[in-house]
Design a binder for this molecule. Structure first.
Ligand SMILES: [Cu+2]
Length: 121
């Protein structure tokens, strides 16, 4: 019965290895949503960002003209967006719903209308 034991041992090891591989691939990559965004007078592009609930959202935003701000109050985000420079904003979309984001640095006559939304579903 030696061969039977060896086969059993090999299949247990293969099973464990497969389990580890699944855990690694499911753990970190699949739930990260990366978004490239631009800010300019007087809009964000994209103005609507839709992400799955529970995902980690990484927004890289740059300004095409003057200094703007990116504020997402629901997720405690408020960053200055400098022209020509990438600013990275990161948060966990841990609650379903629609949340406003807006420009938080006065940038001209249309500043008040410079907003968008994060849709977590
Ligand atoms: Cu503004």
């Amino acid at each position: 019965m030696k061969i039977g034991r060896i086969v059993l041992a090999v299949s247990v090891i293969a099973f464990l290895a497969a389990g580890v591989a699944v855990a690694q691939s499911g753990g970190s990559n699949s739930d990260v949503v990366k978004v490239s965004m631009t800010a300019q007078q007087f809009k964000f592009d994209p103005a609507t960002v839709t992400v799955p609930a529970g995902s980690t959202v990484v927004i890289t935003v740059t300004s095409k003209d003057v200094t703007h701000g990116l504020a997402i109050p629901a997720f405690n985000i408020n960053e200055r967006i400098q022209p020509g420079k990438d600013t990275v904003v990161k948060f966990t979309a841990d609650k379903a719903g629609t949340y406003e984001f807006h420009c938080s640095v006065f940038c001209g006559s249309g500043h008040r209308d410079m907003k968008g939304k994060i849709v977590v579903q």
